[in-house]
Ligand binder design. Structure first.
Ligand code: HEC
Length: 412
């Protein structure tokens, strides 16, 4: 696809994904806080569990919760599900645009496993489904009666998954996939458990039967999990901006600590909203976990140095063979590698920005598309043109990229 259209597709899908996620997380945080703050009142109608007064937007709200359901089906009923579904759908699209289409750059790490593009995409997609199957099985086992043990096992599953992703994918894809793995569980909880149970209750109401309280309890367990998983998922989704988070040896352990921080932070707010005090100790634990992440991230980069003899993927090879490559390689090494290097020489840049190395011809051929967008099509790089790239050099990058892309089209 045309690189300009592709860039805008990516920007558009990302925008949509962030907006839908705000809507989902916003409504879910709102309802959790509301649930915890419900009070008993003498005039509550039969079946009502609690009420709350709130003030917002120029008026007062008087909200009542019926548990499991009111005596009769209300005339209007608003459902909350598309916030979750649209977040998952737009997230899946963004995963495809970024990590599947860009598999050679962002997903596959030949130093770990030499995967073909399709094999990597298959692992990426299949792993997300498997996560749900394992999790759902766990929740439906006898463990649901022991929620704390269930949470600990869930934590072990997440840690194992983080480690497993790191065995096959780049560090960046590892963190992102662990986030997607968790978020898939969260949306599937809504789609496959919470909503169907809610529909059974509604059908009972319409038929004039008393709904079984067990459906409410099942939904509550799943939504408690979603509550504790929200903050870590957001962290993992943002992690690709910070190489020190994803491109270091202990990235999957860092992810594990982030899941624990998700619990300590939510515990503070859950307790406060339930008006049961202010457990300030949770911030001490959170700070200690954060400090452990900082410390671990400095413990070194991953595994063996890149195998210089490994074959370039076919697509990158076409850019390495394209007219003008030697000149462009010289330009990029001269103008970019002071920052984009294993040991950057630029003051204030401690690690290669975005984990992107541009020190060897192979690295440059692999990053052809990125170089074209950041330094050929636009002048985003070098930042503020600190290394004084010339307009003619940008032209050389554009000519080379188009020659390579033309060869790619001809080959397909
Ligand atoms: C002064 C240091 C410096 C130089 C020189 C530099 N970059 Fe960067 N580069 C950065 C920083 C910092 C970022 C991260 C920007 C951000 O976080 O948005 C970055 C990010 C990038 C990205 C990743 C964008 C993304 O969103 O993944 C690409 C591609 C890139 N640079 C290409 C280049 C190219 C090509 C050159 C040379 C023409 C170059 N850079 C020169 C500092 C530099």
């Amino acid at each position: 696809m045309d690189p300009i259209l592709w860039e805008w597709l990516s920007a558009g899908v990302r925008w949509l994904h962030v907006v839908t996620a705000i809507a989902w997380i916003g409504s879910s945080f709102y309802f959790i806080a509301l649930d915890l703050s419900l009070q008993k009142a003498p005039d509550l109608p039969p079946g009502a569990h609690g009420e709350e007064w709130q003030v917002h937007g120029g008026g007062f709200y008087h909200i009542r919760k019926y548990l499991v359901a009111p005596a009769a089906m209300p005339e209007h009923l608003t459902w909350f599900k598309w916030e979750s579904y649209s977040t998952w759908l737009s997230g899946a699209a963004l995963l495809a645009v970024t990590y599947w289409a860009g598999a050679e750059l962002f997903l596959i790490d030949p130093a770990k496993v030499e995967l073909s593009k399709w094999a990597a995409i298959l692992i990426s997609a299949a792993s997300l489904t498997v996560g749900w199957l394992v999790y759902d099985r766990l929740c439906k086992s006898g463990l649901s009666a022991r929620p704390t043990l269930l949470m600990l096992i869930l934590f072990a599953v997440l840690l194992t998954m983080g480690w497993a992703y790191d065995q096959v994918f780049t560090g960046r894809a590892t963190m992102l996939h662990l986030g997607a793995f968790t978020a898939t569980i969260m949306t599937a909880n809504v789609f496959l458990i919470i909503m169907p149970n809610q529909r059974i209750v509604v059908a009972d109401l319409k038929a004039g039967r008393a709904p079984d309280p067990k459906y409410g309890k099942i939904a509550k367990l799943r939504s408690t999990h979603n509550n504790y998983l929200t903050l870590p998922v957001v962290f993992l989704m943002l992690s690709n901006h910070y190489p020190l988070v994803f491109a270091t040896r202990w990235n999957w352990v860092i992810a594990g600590l982030v899941f624990l921080m998700g619990v300590t932070i939510r515990h503070f707010f859950n307790t406060k909203h339930a008006r049961k005090g202010w457990p300030w100790w949770t911030w001490g634990v959170t700070a200690a976990l954060f400090a452990a992440c900082v410390w671990l991230s400095a413990a070194g980069t991953q595994g063996a140095p890149e195998d210089e003899t490994a074959a370039l993927p076919a697509q990158a090879q076409r850019f390495a063979d394209a007219a003008g490559f030697d000149e462009v390689a010289g330009i990029v090494m001269g103008r970019c590698s002071m920052c984009h290097a294993a040991e950057p020489g630029w003051d204030g840049i401690g690690t290669a920005p975005k984990g992107l190395h541009l020190e060897t011809p192979d690295e440059i051929a692999r990053a052809a598309h990125e170089i074209f967008v950041q330094a050929g099509l636009t002048d985003a790089m070098p930042p503020a043109n600190v290394s004084f790239i010339e307009p003619a050099e940008r032209q050389a990058i554009r000519d080379w990229y188009r020659a390579g892309a033309g060869a790619r089209l001809a080959a397909n």
